[in-house]
Design a binder for this molecule. Structure first.
Ligand code: MEV
Length: 452
């Protein structure tokens, strides 16, 4: 970047790591400031960022405006896992993820189950939650009586926010007053439930909650009961909850035990070991966390590809896994009458309208690949991706071990680190079809090619 064009205050800010008004600098000035303060090779640091800018200026501007202080784009690979049969419909699932072997594992599991009836899913609920947290000093019964009086007004004063959602069949489901004074003195909440249809609903819910808080507080201040008693009410905050145990989907696969037989393992032995592995993840938190991490490999990748909020999903899923006060597996398995059944129940608050869904071209592309699903259908697809991923991981763990497949997929990363040329890559991949991949074995092999 050209520091001779910088104004004096910007030149001064280049001397110190403290900066004010950073957000007002242009993108180039921001990069310049970073390069000057944090990088040895300033030209290289700048070039790395610039090389990830999109040559289509309109597309780049779109990305620049998603967040604040954008300096470049951070790419993740977008892959696809074909051959998913879900409720008798074929899908190719988009997955945005950097970890090698995740897409391959999903594709393998999809193929395996497509010949055994495919995945079956069921939506168990779509209710979202939000809360107004407040403190109140006074008689709890009096507050309850005030709440009963004001409840219809909470609905009516939010009408301008809820009108469109109601027209489509959604809206506020209920509002209850919860006395939490046993945990924190004077603490109460309005616990609110919502149906947000195809929207993830964060904006809708938060707007409703802020309106409830204002209606509730204003009504309180005007109410003679409280003016006389001198009781006080303070709104602390109004915010949706990412814990959505009633926005729940179930996905399942099943087949006769004998159909689980593979080259080196009988179906009955496979099923027995599989059930044991699931039981361990249901009871042992150290294993449960890794087991669920594998599930999230599938879930997050589809959530990201479809422009949904993976942090919200992660937080809600892990809270759900710990709902019995012990962190447990999200998947379960059983054998009944020689039928093996494997399933997941997972809370997923997803949207197929709003947010990034129409804005980000790759999200739009991913949605079209999925044939523009409703949010319920997307919940089903995402749950299936999690179940498939978990099936593939546990299958590897109880048979070949995880490293064999993983290192094969990781081979390309090692080759890229070594800056291998196409011919070297091709020879190395061929060699490791019959040899065990380790980092040092790959380095040795590539060196042997280079010195031959
Ligand atoms: C790695 O990303 C995921 C696994 O560790 C999951 C598991 O252990 O079930 C393979």
């Amino acid at each position: 970047m050209q520091s001779q064009y910088l104004c004096d205050s910007h030149k001064k800010s280049l001397m110190t790591k403290e900066v004010s008004g950073f957000s007002k600098l242009t993108k180039s000035q921001k990069i310049d400031w970073l390069a000057q303060h944090y990088f040895q090779d300033k030209e290289q640091a700048t070039q790395t960022l610039v090389s990830y800018w999109n040559s289509d200026e309109k597309l780049q501007q779109l990305h620049d405006e998603f967040i604040e202080n954008t300096i470049s784009n951070y790419y993740l690979p977008l892959g696809v896992a074909p051959n998913f049969l879900i409720n008798n419909k074929r899908y190719t699932i988009p997955m945005a993820i950097e970890e090698s072997s995740v897409v391959a594992a999903a594709s393998k599991a999809a193929k395996f189950w497509a010949t055994r009836g495919g995945f079956k899913t069921e939506i168990l609920g779509t209710t979202k939650v939000g809360q107004v947290h407040f403190t109140y000093t006074g008689n709890a019964k009096q507050l309850q009586s005030y709440f009963s009086d004001i409840k219809p007004v909470l609905f009516s004063e939010a009408a301008s926010i809820t009108r469109n959602m109601e027209k489509r069949g959604g809206g506020i489901k209920d509002i209850t007053l919860v006395n939490k004074t046993a945990s924190i003195s004077n603490y109460y909440q309005l616990h609110c439930t919502f149906e947000t249809l195809d929207a993830m609903g964060a904006n809708f819910i938060n707007s409703c909650l802020e309106q409830f808080a204002s209606t509730f507080e204003n009504g309180f201040l005007k109410d003679p009961r409280f003016r006389e008693s001198g009781d006080s009410l303070q709104i602390i905050m109004s915010i949706l909850s990412n814990y959505v145990p009633d926005c729940l989907v179930r996905a399942e696969v099943s087949c006769p035990v004998k159909e689980l037989s593979e080259k080196n393992i009988e179906g009955a032995m496979f099923a027995e070991k599989f059930l044991q592995a699931i039981a361990i993840a249901e009871h042992e938190p150290y294993r449960a966390v890794t087991h669920n991490k594998g599930i999230m490999n599938g879930i997050d990748a589809v959530v990201l590809a479809t422009g949904n909020d993976f942090r919200a999903v992660e937080a809600g899923v892990h809270a759900y896994a710990a709902r019995t006060m012990q962190y447990r597996s999200l998947t379960h398995a059983k054998i009944e009458d020689e039928i093996f059944t494997f399933w997941i129940e997972v809370p997923l608050a997803l949207g197929t309208v709003g947010g990034l869904t129409k804005l980000h071209p790759l999200v739009r592309w991913s949605m079209e690949l999925l044939q523009n699903p409703s949010s319920k259908e997307l919940m089903e697809i995402v749950a299936v991706a999690g179940l498939a991923q978990n099936f593939a991981a546990v299958k590897s763990l109880i048979t070949t071990g995880i490293q064999q497949g993983h290192m094969k997929m990781h081979l390309m990363n090692i080759l890229n680190q070594l800056e291998a040329q196409p011919e070297e890559k091709q020879k190395t991949v061929q060699y490791f079809k019959t040899h065990t991949v380790t980092h040092s074995a790959v380095v040795d092999f590539v060196n042997s090619l280079r010195t031959a």
